[in-house]
Design a protein. Structure first.
Length: 308
C-alpha cells in the first residue's frame, strides 16, 4: 500500500510543487485546504482534499488519520504584529502535535520553516518562524520530526523573486542590499526533492536542515546579475531609507484599508540583513544530499518557459 503523506500549504508555491512531485513518486497525498480556489487542480492530480482551516480540529484529524508522514508547509507571510503570524506559524503546530500523538504509529513530522528563523529579532515573521521551530522541539521531544530551513526559493509561479528576474531579463538589475551582502538561493525543484528524499529514506530525526543550491558562500548581487541570460545595462540600488519609507506607508495604508501587509519595516530589515547564507554542513553530511540546479541553469529554465 502506498504511503500516505498529509500536507498543509498545498495551494502555495512550494506546497503545490510538493503535492505534484509526491503524487508522481507514488505517494498518496491528503491536503488540508481552506478554500475552493485550488481544489480542482489538486484533485485532478489525485490529491485527496480535506476542507478546513489550520485551527479546525476535526479537519486536522481527518487529514492526519492513517498517514505516515505529515508535512506542514502552510504559514503566514503577511502581518503587522506578532498576533497576525501566531495562529498559522506557531499555535497550529501545537494542534498538529496533539493530533499526531493520538495516531499509532506516530507519523513523521516535517516542518517547512525559513532561514529567517535564524534571526528572530529582525521581524515579527522571523520571530514566528523561530517560535514555531521551538514549539515543535519543545512539545514533541518524543516524536520523529525534522525542520527544513530554506533560503529564498525561486522557480515557476514564484511571486517573490519573479519581479527581480523579469527586470533582469530587460537588462535591469535591482539591488536591495549592499554590495557585501551574501545570500543563499534554491530552486523549488531542488528543495522539494530534498524533502521527498528524506521522506523516502526515513532519514535521521531531530535535526534542523539548512539547504541551498550549493553555491559556496552564497551569492552576491553582482553574481546574481551575472547569472542571467542578458547583460545588465542598468543597475539600481534601492536606498534603505526609501525602503523603510515605503514600508511605513504600506503599514499605515494597510490599517486604513484593512489588509495584512507584506512589505513592513521588519521585512525591510530582513531584506537588508547582510548574511543569509545557509550552513549546509549537516544537510550534506547527514542526508548526503546535493543540489542539481545552479542559479544560472535555473534562470535559463525560467526564461525558456516564459515564467519570467
Amino acid at each position: 500500500m502506498s504511503q500516505i503523506v498529509a500536507l498543509t500549504g498545498a495551494s502555495g508555491f512550494i506546497g503545490g510543487v510538493l503535492a505534484t512531485r509526491l503524487r508522481e513518486k507514488g505517494f498518496r497525498v491528503r491536503a488540508l485546504l481552506r478554500s475552493h480556489t485550488h481544489q480542482q487542480c489538486l484533485e485532478d492530480i489525485g490529491v485527496e482534499v480535506i476542507k478546513g482551516n489550520l485551527d479546525d480540529g476535526q479537519a486536522i484529524n481527518r487529514m492526519l488519520q492513517g498517514c505516515q508522514t505529515f508535512i506542514h508547509c502552510a504559514g503566514a507571510i503577511r502581518g503587522r504584529n506578532k498576533q497576525d503570524f501566531f495562529p498559522a506559524n506557531i499555535s497550529s503546530i501545537s494542534h498538529f502535535i496533539k493530533t499526531c500523538r493520538t495516531i499509532r504509529p506516530h507519523p513523521k513530522i516535517i516542518l517547512i520553516s525559513s532561514l529567517a528563523a535564524r534571526e528572530p529579532s529582525l521581524s515579527h515573521y522571523a520571530w514566528s518562524k523561530r517560535e514555531g521551530e521551538l514549539t515543535l522541539s519543545r512539545e514533541a521531544p518524543d516524536l520523529p520530526w525534522v525542520i527544513f530551513r530554506p533560503p529564498a526559493v525561486y522557480g515557476p509561479n514564484d511571486q517573490s523573486l519573479r519581479p527581480l528576474f523579469k527586470l533582469m531579463k530587460l537588462g535591469i538589475g535591482v539591488q536591495l542590499g549592499s554590495d557585501n551582502s551574501r545570500f543563499s538561493l534554491i530552486h523549488v525543484e531542488d528543495f522539494v526533492r530534498a524533502v521527498i528524499d528524506w521522506v523516502k529514506t526515513e532519514g535521521p530525526t531531530g535535526y534542523i536542515y539548512e539547504i541551498d543550491d550549493g553555491f559556496p558562500g552564497g551569492h552576491s548581487w553582482a553574481e546574481v546579475f551575472q547569472s542571467g541570460e542578458r547583460p545588465i545595462r542598468l543597475r539600481l540600488r534601492l536606498p534603505p531609507t526609501a525602503l523603510y519609507v515605503a514600508a511605513t506607508l504600506n503599514e499605515k495604508v494597510s490599517r486604513l484599508l484593512g489588509y495584512l501587509p507584506l512589505l513592513t519595516k521588519g521585512k525591510v530589515a530582513e531584506l537588508l540583513h547582510p548574511n543569509w547564507v545557509c550552513d549546509t554542513r549537516e544537510t550534506v553530511k547527514i542526508l548526503n544530499w546535493q543540489a542539481r540546479i545552479s542559479l544560472k541553469s535555473g534562470l535559463r529554465q525560467l526564461e525558456t518557459s516564459d515564467n519570467v
